[in-house]
Design a protein around this ligand. Structure first.
Ligand code: MRU
Length: 318
């Protein structure tokens, strides 16, 4: 696999791949303070639930190195984005550890192991000549390696299975078009880009065999909080009888939230919606970054601890 790592920790220095600049430029920016890491998370230079957790863990390591108040640093980092549970999970782990650097490195290493396990547990779903749809970027750029939704794809591809991947653009920030399409192409997969609004038409033509998406948070009842648009894809999948799978590491499971209704959905700047298009000046904008897919629409939850077919069995991820 030939995808640049989103996060590099080298010789006590933290480097983040600036994902705002992809795919045109591959630029790493050194992060010199906790505040800079928090800003990089908020502006989505680094994004994707596991990756923002790992970046924040190293942000805590920087705070420890600089002799800063760790509780204050944790508060700044956790406030950067509200929805992905991995962020607070990783920061709290480092806060409670004796050695901040070792703990951040452990979180990073474990994430790579979990992604590999997700891939192994999901690759059997990818049949010869099948077509898989994914949404947003739950790829290598969103984690430590391999991705979550993409891990089964990468492993199936490595095993010689021939299949195609449909990637939707993922308005407004185009993680599908800019990031997922780019990384899958680099790895030599057969990728086709579609507009977000093309999904149900494609399904109606019988061109999609299964859907695999990632998650920012999976709540106790199995609801899936993920990039805005996921819910619509799940509804269309159910209508067309297409399996809808959600891939995530156990660090994304939130046993403390009973359902998706308990999760704070991030609202982002209106300019993300109006900026790149010819929107009528002055129009009101709503820009929720995530939505909630009800557990009943999920065929299976593909995790590092196995593929789970019933929401009742998610409790074992605690
Ligand atoms: O706003 P983003 O780009 O951080 O949203 C990312 C997603 O919604 C991903 O699907 C999710 O974080 C899983 S990443 C493995």
């Amino acid at each position: 696999m030939n995808v640049p790592a989103p996060i590099r920790w080298e010789g006590g220095k933290l480097w983040l791949l600036d994902q705002q600049k992809l795919p045109e430029e591959v630029v790493y920016e050194e992060q010199t303070s906790t505040g800079m890491v928090a800003a990089s998370i908020a502006t989505m230079k680094v994004r994707g639930a596991p990756a923002i957790g790992i970046a924040a863990a190293y942000g805590m390591a920087l705070a420890a190195r600089d002799g800063e108040d760790l509780v204050g640093a944790a508060r700044v980092l956790v406030a950067a984005r509200p929805t992905a549970v991995n962020l607070a999970w990783a920061v709290n782990r480092v806060l409670q550890a004796h050695d901040a650097v070792a703990e951040a490195e452990a979180i990073h290493r474990e994430d790579a192991e979990m992604c590999h396990a997700i891939g192994a547990n999901g690759m059997g779903l990818i049949g010869e000549n099948s077509a898989v749809l994914t949404h947003c970027n739950a790829g290598a750029l969103a984690v430590s390696a391999l991705g979550t939704a993409t891990a089964p794809l990468y492993l199936a591809h490595d095993a010689g299975v021939r299949f195609r991947v449909f990637v939707d653009e993922t308005r407004p920030l185009l993680q599908g078009a800019r990031l997922t399409a780019w990384e899958l192409l680099q790895a030599g997969l057969d990728v086709t880009l579609i507009c977000d609004s093309t999904v149900s038409h494609l399904m109606s033509e019988g061109m999609v065999d299964l859907v695999i998406v990632g998650a920012d948070r999976v709540t106790a009842n199995g609801d899936v909080v993920n990039k805005i648009g996921t819910r619509g894809i799940a509804i269309a999948s159910r209508y067309h009888g297409i399996p809808f799978h959600v891939a995530f590491p156990s660090s994304t499971f939130d046993a403390d939230s009973a359902s998706g209704a308990d999760v704070d959905i991030e609202q982002r700047d209106a300019g993300e919606v109006t900026g790149p298009i010819r929107a009528a000046p002055g129009v009101h904008v709503r820009n929720p970054a995530f939505d909630v897919t009800p557990a009943e629409l999920v065929t299976s939850w593909i995790t590092d601890r196995g593929r789970i077919g019933s929401a009742r069995d998610l409790a074992k991820l605690k």
